[in-house]
Write a protein that binds this ligand. Structure first.
Ligand code: FAD
Ligand code: SF4
Length: 460
């Protein structure tokens, strides 16, 4: 049987920002690792986009060699404590574990978190065991964006001996890891520790630098960078385009979570962040972002938080674990329901009109299409609405690069194997290419691009 993850009690955790999942004890980790049958031809490695040698690190944990397990992880993954927390393991490595047929797959993500946390506890101040000289090859590469795609590409290139500079438009590194995912799922100290590890590999980090404005891609090439990797993410929120969406008290999930994370509303009352949370909050959407916005609202003092989603729970894109966590904490779900307008008083939202839906035939995404039930509109009192229905790539940078081929929806077109764009020395990966996806897919794209950049630059 899989070891259960110890967690804070729902009633207590719904009122604080401390981490919900507490991590395995050493005894639990060894017991879980010992269940691994060490397949001769393991299938789990192929399920991991950054190609971790899963059986090897699990065997080291089973032997009590926790430090060595952390080193084994870091051979392939620059961010194991982050992945161990937020990776959708159930659709990645754990999905292809042979024990999945018995519904008893090894808890690979939890073990990854355990080993990575062990390293953090053992050496909280660093330096990383992999601390390296900067850029022994003497060849400069620029990385745009410091989210998981950029961090992985930068870390891997630095390990290969390139002189890497990572440019970030915000004052804080980490991308969504810092400004999107809340403290109770991914503590900032974990993100900082692992980004310090990337710096220890010799990566130079320049924050407050918006590529496309502060510096152009042409400036970077003129300054001697031989290749550029773009990992600028998908930070442009989509809206419902219904009446009332511009009333006070209606937020995009991006803005809402950024205020809570980067402007530190989660440290109230130490930080008096300007974010107005009402007593009745509606969050529109069914993904991880919607679950995060709903759970943040509870922690900031809302009495009633309702997720409004136009399909059924089965079609929800959020991780099952996060839906469960939200329900346990008291988030209500209004499924098969879609907003049609928002009404207000004195410029602020006061009610939301919702329309009932039923499921029709599957659409292009393979999920059953929601069909409106005529005349089923009803009103709900509300004082905050958070729109979490998806994000598109930020259009600034792709549009600024002459000759760069882009998709109609704004994503950069890049080779799926190498990340190379329509311009020879420009590579791209992560959400800016795939559209909003996952941390590990962005990291996988960063890894592939680092390999391809090395191939191109070393052939010259
Ligand atoms: P990002 O993380 O978006 O990073 C891009 C970075 O580039 C940002 O820091 C941005 O400021 C910077 N940038 C943009 N333009 C420029 C420019 N012109 N110049 C310089 N810098 C620039 N995925 C999971 O796997 N599990 C989860 O639990 C999960 N939860 C999520 C919760 C939320 C609230 C959100 C929003 C997303 C979540 N995701 C989750 C998705 C995941 O975080 C993203 O898929 C992933 O972060 C994409 O990585 P990226 O490196 O491509 O982009
Ligand atoms: Fe699994 Fe993600 Fe860890 Fe890879 S990084 S082994 S996919 S949990």
């Amino acid at each position: 049987m899989r070891q259960e993850m110890p967690r804070q009690e729902p009633k207590i955790r719904a009122k604080n920002f401390n981490e919900v999942a507490l991590g395995y004890t050493a005894e639990q980790a060894v017991a879980e690792a010992k269940r691994c049958i060490q397949c001769k031809k393991p299938s789990c490695i192929a399920g991991c986009p950054v190609e971790i040698d899963i059986p090897a690190f699990v065997a080291l944990i089973a032997d009590g060699k926790f430090d060595e397990a952390a080193k084994k992880l870091k051979e392939k993954n620059n961010l194991p404590a982050i992945c161990g927390r937020v990776c959708p393991q159930e659709t990645q490595c754990e999905k292809v574990c042979v024990l999945v047929n018995k519904k008893d797959q090894i808890a690979i993500g939890r073990l990854e978190r355990f080993a990575a946390d062990y390293e953090i506890k053992a050496s909280p101040l660093h330096p990383s065991p992999l601390k390296m000289e900067r850029g022994t090859k003497g060849v400069r590469v620029a990385v745009v964006g410091s989210g998981p795609a950029g961090l992985t590409c930068a870390g891997d290139l630095a390990k290969m001996g390139y002189q890497v500079t990572m440019f970030e438009s915000l004052h804080e590194t980490g991308g969504v890891l810092s400004y999107g995912i809340p403290e109770f799922r991914l503590p900032k100290k974990i993100v900082h520790f692992e980004i310090d590890g990337i710096r220890d590999l010799g990566v130079e980090v320049k924050v407050n630098t918006l590529i496309g404005r502060t510096l152009t891609i042409e400036d970077l090439l003129a300054r001697g960078f031989k290749a550029v990797f773009i990992g600028a993410g998908a930070g442009l929120p989509q809206f419902m385009k219904i009446p009332g969406e511009n009333l006070g008290g209606v937020y995009s999930a991006n803005e809402y979570l950024t205020r809570v994370n980067l402007m530190k509303a989660y440290l109230f009352p130490e930080y008096l962040t300007p974010v107005k949370i009402g007593k009745k909050v509606v969050v529109v959407g069914g993904g991880n972002v919607a679950m995060d916005a709903a759970r943040v609202s509870l922690r900031l003092g809302a009495d009633e938080v309702t997720i409004v989603y136009r399909r059924s729970e089965k079609e929800m894109p959020a991780r099952a674990e996060e839906i469960e966590n939200a329900k346990e904490e008291g988030v209500k779900f209004r499924l098969l329901t879609n907003p049609t307008r928002i009404t207000g008083k004195d410029g602020w939202v006061s009610q939301i009109e919702l329309l009932k839906m039923e499921l029709g035939e599957p659409d292009g995404s393979g999920r059953r299409r929601p069909v409106p039930v005529k005349g089923s509109e009803f009103l709900m009192d509300v004082d905050t609405v958070v729109v979490a229905i998806g994000n598109n790539p930020n259009p600034l940078l792709p549009r600024m690069i002459k000759g760069l081929k882009i998709e109609k929806w704004g994503g950069i077109i890049a080779d799926p194997v190498t990340g190379q764009t329509s311009l020879t020395y420009i590579y791209a990966g992560g959400d800016i290419v795939s559209g909003a996806a996952t941390v590990i897919e962005a990291m996988g794209a960063g890894k592939k691009a680092a390999r391809a950049i090395d191939k191109t630059l070393s052939n010259r």
